[in-house]
Design a protein around this ligand. Structure first.
Ligand SMILES: [Zn+2]
Length: 254
């Protein structure tokens, strides 16, 4: 009866390392030319066994590290696979204090083969839900976001820009920075997004008017309910510049 060797290459590497350590001890004791030659051969054997193990898809142990902390040991058949496990394991929920986009540094290493690799995982903040519609309606009303009139809401920042936008339904603010910096690594020129619910709530139209606008946008002016049309027409009296852009002049109550 034969037994199945599940990790022959790992066993070979461990054997080669043990032989190398013995050869090293003998060299320390004798410092002879023969011991030196034997040690060189043993070192070479370790290299060969290590390369064979690395080139194979035989599973090996990997230590996963995130933001400077070792947190798990997993088995994976390649460095790539181990790194994917580390990246997939990143959970923004563990960084609840963070605002906007964050960048999490992960790395993997195999103690036996000496392989190591690292990556950065970009975690975007979750978009808050819209208080007035199914989806936010992001726009750049100049009166609210400022900047140049032909390019509202866009402000220079380092080698990029900061873009301010407003959900004209609920008044949530969205800021995109195309020259953001990962403070832990100092890397610049990254893209970050952050949200500020209610930032412009006092400046956008009341929620019931916004709901009417959403309904009319979806159903078309002809099919919209009378209630929605009346709410909207009442709102048109407001001096809200971007309402004109929505081409509501075609709207007539039924
Ligand atoms: Zn919204």
């Amino acid at each position: 009866m034969t037994t199945t060797q599940t990790h022959p290459l790992r066993d070979a590497l461990e054997t080669a390392i043990a032989s190398r350590d013995e050869a090293k001890e003998r060299w320390f004791e004798t410092e002879s030319t023969e011991a030196q030659a034997a040690l060189d051969d043993a070192e070479q054997a370790v290299e060969t066994a290590r390369d064979a193990y690395i080139d194979s898809d035989e599973p090996r142990e990997w230590i996963l590290r995130e933001e400077g902390y070792d947190y798990a040991e997993v088995e994976a058949s390649s460095m790539q696979e181990a790194l994917e496990i580390a990246c997939d394991g990143v959970d923004r929920g563990n960084y609840s204090d963070a605002e906007g986009t964050i960048w999490i540094g992960v790395s993997v290493r195999c103690e036996l083969t000496g392989e190591e690799d690292s990556a950065t995982v970009t975690c975007e903040p979750e978009e808050p839900s819209c208080d007035a519609g199914d989806d936010h309606d992001w726009q750049s009303p100049h009166a609210l976001v400022g900047g140049l009139e032909e390019n509202p809401g866009v402000h220079g920042h380092g080698g990029g820009v900061i873009i301010d936008e407003v959900c004209v339904l609920c008044g949530c603010g969205r800021t995109t920075d195309t020259w953001a910096q990962d403070r832990s690594t100092g890397r610049q020129g990254l893209r970050s997004v952050s949200y500020e619910p209610g930032r412009y709530a006092d400046e956008v139209l009341p929620v019931e008017v916004q709901r009417a606008m959403v309904e009319i946008d979806g159903a078309g002016c002809e099919q919209a309910t009378e209630a929605a049309a009346l709410v909207l027409l009442a709102a048109r009296g407001d001096e809200v510049p971007w309402l004109r852009d929505r081409q509501m002049s075609a709207l007539t109550p039924r």
